[in-house]
Write a protein that binds this ligand. Structure first.
Ligand SMILES: [Zn+2]
Length: 350
């Protein structure tokens, strides 16, 4: 199964590249764009994804308000600013008292800077270990996707905001504060006439939370042969049809861009930051298993335990998270309308 998916993926990439080359001189933008996206996804580095999780978990538990959280946030901010992003903070008070902040960077859209997709994970974690799966595995997806889209020659028509939530473990309090404060500011130009949109309108919200461990239920020793990614939306929400359509776009992205693991759609998204957006915009969560009837029923024995550390997971586990990264980068690049604005140097010499 693994070999055949790899083989199919290779064929898709080759055929896209070949057709793009054949159409170089024609005005076939769509084909060019697909080949560029496939190339971008093919450059993702499995070891870099794994190393991010090791570093984040190495700070220890990242409970909100602790030093380990602050150190992890500083490390992330440094990685993002080194890639050229302006790091911003949404400040709020937890329980009306304790100062906290969500952190984000934005890839500003070239033709629609006033509209954005939110791609997110929660930086806080608990359990007494390193919160490697919950949720360094999601943070590393958001970080690597942001870094892949950072270079100036990569443009997107629409904006993409990469958000690292705080206070998720206490009940999605960071995303709740953001949603309440920012919902009324969507699409506003500020200052007027500046062409700047501090809070672009929301096109969709994609949350990543626990991406490594699909050992079945009850859990077995190794990643199971049927392991897959679960893309969940909430059927009982105001935006259920838009959310389902967004989930379907990601499922299709999985089929094109993920090299090893398939995905499936579930309709009971719950208990993660995307939940705060389900009645405001299209909202999905991407996970190793369904939240309610799998994770909630014991599919991951390391969840919120001291054993949620990097060495608990095998490369087969890490590869599930890496497949989520491939899916998210490829799909969001399609949805936001990726364009290469400068040809690479070796093309320019021709
Ligand atoms: Zn989580």
């Amino acid at each position: 199964m693994k070999i055949s998916r790899n083989f199919v993926y290779t064929l898709v990439v080759i055929s896209l590249l070949v057709s793009a080359m054949a159409n170089r001189t024609s005005a076939d933008e769509t084909v060019d764009n697909q080949a560029d996206i496939a190339h971008l996804v093919s450059q993702l580095d499995f070891d870099a994804y794994k190393r991010d999780i090791e570093v984040l978990a190495g700070f220890g538990d990242r409970e909100q308000g602790t030093q380990s959280y602050e150190k992890a946030a500083q490390w992330l901010a440094h990685r993002l600013s080194a890639a050229g992003y302006t790091v911003e903070y949404h400040e709020y008070r937890y329980w009306f008292l304790f100062p906290r902040a969500n952190m984000y960077v934005t890839k500003i859209g070239t033709t629609s800077p006033d509209q954005m997709y939110i791609v997110s994970a929660h930086l806080d974690g608990r359990g007494g270990g390193g919160a490697a799966d919950d949720d360094a595995s999601g943070v590393a997806v958001v970080l690597e996707a942001a870094l892949a889209l950072a270079p100036e020659q990569i443009a997107t028509d629409k904006s993409i905001r990469f958000v690292f939530w705080n206070s998720e473990e206490s009940g999605a309090d960071g995303s709740r504060a953001y949603m309440i404060e920012r919902a009324g500011k969507r699409g506003e130009e500020h200052p007027r006439g500046s062409g700047r949109y501090p809070e672009p309108d929301w096109l969709g919200m994609i949350q990543h939370d626990m991406l490594l461990f699909d050992h079945g239920l009850p859990p077995r020793k190794m990643q199971i042969a049927e392991a897959d990614l679960d893309i969940e939306y909430q059927a009982d929400s105001d935006f259920s049809s838009d959310s389902k359509a967004l989930a379907e776009a990601f499922l299709k992205g999985n089929q094109v861009y993920s090299t090893d693991y398939p995905a499936e759609i579930g309709d009971n998204m719950a208990k993660t930051d995307s939940w705060r957006f389900e009645n405001m915009t299209a909202a999905i969560s991407i996970r190793e298993n369904r939240r309610m009837d799998e994770i909630g029923e014991g599919s991951n024995p390391h969840w919120h335990e001291p054993s949620d550390v990097p060495q608990t997971y095998s490369d087969a586990d890490y590869r599930l998270g890496f497949n989520a990264l491939q899916m998210t980068l490829g799909t969001i690049a399609e949805l936001a309308g990726l364009q290469i604005v400068q040809p690479p140097e070796h093309d320019a010499e021709e």
